[in-house]
Design a protein around this ligand. Structure first.
Ligand code: SF4
Length: 258
């Protein structure tokens, strides 16, 4: 039940653009968990993909120097840490990673306590495991579900469309359980317009909007040109309503925040 936490801190949600459910610009307490079940070529948290045995780094007050808390942390310890960071501008608690859905028993316990305390839960997931999504969906307020572009390489040597199908199934699960849900597609300079159209076509059958996010440059992964990005937006809007498609940027990164 206890889980290795990487960090708990305060910042603003940078992603999501203007689509329904987006919390872009909202102040959140972030709980970052370790571990992931896929491997994206441009992962910006590659240091979190396995257990570390290191203590969690936890803010005592918003923006303060983080102190070390022994891992694994209990659900109650995590909730207490979140409560210590709640201020008038608090919007929600963002669970991120790594991949939070690798920790379902822990999440169920934490989400249940947060729900009783009326603190909204925002969950960021790679969507790879619809069964895990189903186990927590009733306790989630907002779900940001990744759809991995082919150029992320997250499908490994398997069929990319099978991974996308699982991700869309996860998004549908959250939506059906009443979560505000949106899909996030990180695109690169090598992303194919027809792949964006393919993803948008699947989402069009689900009423889940799409945030298209240029990759933050890492290694060989470079963001698309404006011209390419415009073609992606057009490909998406041929299948989805205009208000269901938005550009998303990692605003916190640009502002120099965690
Ligand atoms: S799903 Fe997220 S945490 Fe996992 S490898 Fe991809 S970018 Fe990294």
């Amino acid at each position: 039940m206890d889980t290795e936490v990487h960090e708990i801190f305060t910042s603003f949600q940078g992603e999501g653009g203007t689509v329904s459910g987006s919390c872009a610009g909202c102040r959140q307490v972030f709980v970052r968990l370790r571990g992931c079940d896929v491997r994206c070529d441009w992962c910006d948290t590659a240091h979190l993909l396995g257990p570390s045995g290191q203590p969690a780094l936890v803010e005592a007050t918003p923006g303060s120097r983080r102190r070390e808390i022994e891992n694994p942390m209990t659900p109650t310890q995590v909730v207490d840490a979140v409560l210590a960071l709640r201020t008038p501008s608090f919007h929600s608690v963002s669970f991120t990673g790594g991949e939070p859905l690798l920790h379902v028993p822990f999440l169920k316990k934490v989400f249940t306590i947060l729900k009783k305390k009326k603190l909204p839960v925002f969950l960021e997931t790679n969507g790879n495991d619809p069964k895990a999504a189903k186990k927590v969906a009733k306790l989630v307020d907002v779900a940001s579900v990744d759809i991995k572009d082919r150029t992320a390489g997250a499908h490994g040597d398997k069929d990319w469309k099978e991974l996308v199908a699982r991700e869309v199934a996860s998004a549908v699960t959250f939506k059906k359980e009443g979560c505000a849900t949106y899909a996030k597609l990180v695109v690169t300079g090598r992303t194919r317009e027809q792949d964006v159209g393919y993803v948008a076509g699947l989402l069009a059958e689900t009423d889940v909007p799409l945030a298209i996010q240029p990759v933050t440059p890492l290694g060989d992964a470079l963001p698309p040109s404006l011209r390419l990005l415009l073609s992606f937006a057009d490909a998406a809007c041929e299948r989805l309503p205009v208000e269901a498609v938005s550009l998303s940027v990692q605003g916190h990164r640009q502002a120099g925040f965690p």
